[in-house]
Design a protein around this ligand. Structure first.
Ligand SMILES: [Zn+2]
Length: 275
């Protein structure tokens, strides 16, 4: 599932291809449940004629800011991809939304598993989406002190808390696994027991893991592609994710797998400790 780095790369790669263009038509919308708000008929009416002013990211949402303070918010969920295609390109049947742009380009939202979601939001809708998410881990305002405040007193497993988008935005299973390995923290550790230097280490680990993944244009485990249709390379650089049974790259002990919050946790039983 695309996480912060993949969504960041999606937005960055869309930006030069869509900014300044006007949406001239909804060429295809054949899976109307994809549009969460407004209803599909209103969506078609409201989006046509709007200029895309800026492509950016909040949490795991790609945001296309439009004129008149509207925002098209797109969540890739399990298998979604956003690309910009030329007029002659034929759309596969997994492409459930196509927006035609004024320069002839077409935004394809390809989503094989149909979990992806689209919202066309006004100013208050966008404020609500923003308020539903915790701070951005790469934001300068996200300091070790902010992280300490989020963790303090919580009995939730650290793994589950880091996945909770209401607490901290953008992390998913891959980058939580990697961050906890770097910070030498056991995924089942109660969040409130991560304190002092461990918070500083976890904060640094999260940033390092996310920045490295962005530098590698995200991880392409299944079908993730950026706005130009290119795969990311970060899957070549995992240190613990999906390495069950293989030696820990720090201490040599076999990596173990544990299920927390229905997701696989990969960790080293020797060097990821209980605080
Ligand atoms: Zn180890």
């Amino acid at each position: 599932m695309p996480e912060l780095p993949e969504v960041e790369i999606a937005a960055r790669s869309l930006a030069p291809q869509v900014e300044g263009r006007v949406v001239v038509a909804v060429e295809r919308l054949d899976w109307e449940r994809m549009v969460e708000t407004p209803d599909a008929a209103s969506f078609r009416l409201l989006i046509v004629g709007r200029q895309i002013q800026c492509a950016h990211r909040r949490a795991k949402w790609v945001l296309l800011d439009l004129d008149d303070a509207w925002t098209l918010a797109i969540h890739l969920r399990m298998s979604g991809n956003l690309t910009v295609q030329r007029p002659e390109v034929e759309a596969r049947h997994h492409v459930h939304l196509i927006l035609q742009l004024s320069d002839g380009g077409r935004i394809f939202f390809d989503d094989e598993r149909k979990f992806g979601r689209v919202r066309l939001l006004d100013r208050s809708g966008l404020a609500h989406l923003d308020a539903c998410h915790g701070p951005e881990p790469l934001d300068a305002r996200f300091t070790p002190e902010v992280l300490a405040g989020i963790l303090a007193g919580r009995q939730t497993k650290i793994k589950s808390l880091l996945l909770d988008q209401h607490r901290i935005a953008g992390l998913g299973n891959i980058y939580v696994n990697e961050s906890l390995w770097h910070a030498r923290l056991h995924p089942s550790l109660p969040a409130g027991r991560v304190a002092g230097q461990s918070v500083v280490d976890l904060h640094a680990a999260m940033r390092q893991v996310l920045e490295q993944a962005i530098a590698h244009e995200g991880s392409s485990l299944r079908n993730y592609r950026n706005g130009y249709g290119r795969r990311g390379q970060n899957q070549e650089h995992f240190l613990v994710y999906d390495r069950a049974g293989q030696p820990c790259l720090r201490c040599g002990c076999p990596i173990e797998r544990l299920v927390i919050a229905q997701r696989s946790s990969f960790y080293c039983p020797a060097c990821q400790i209980w605080g």
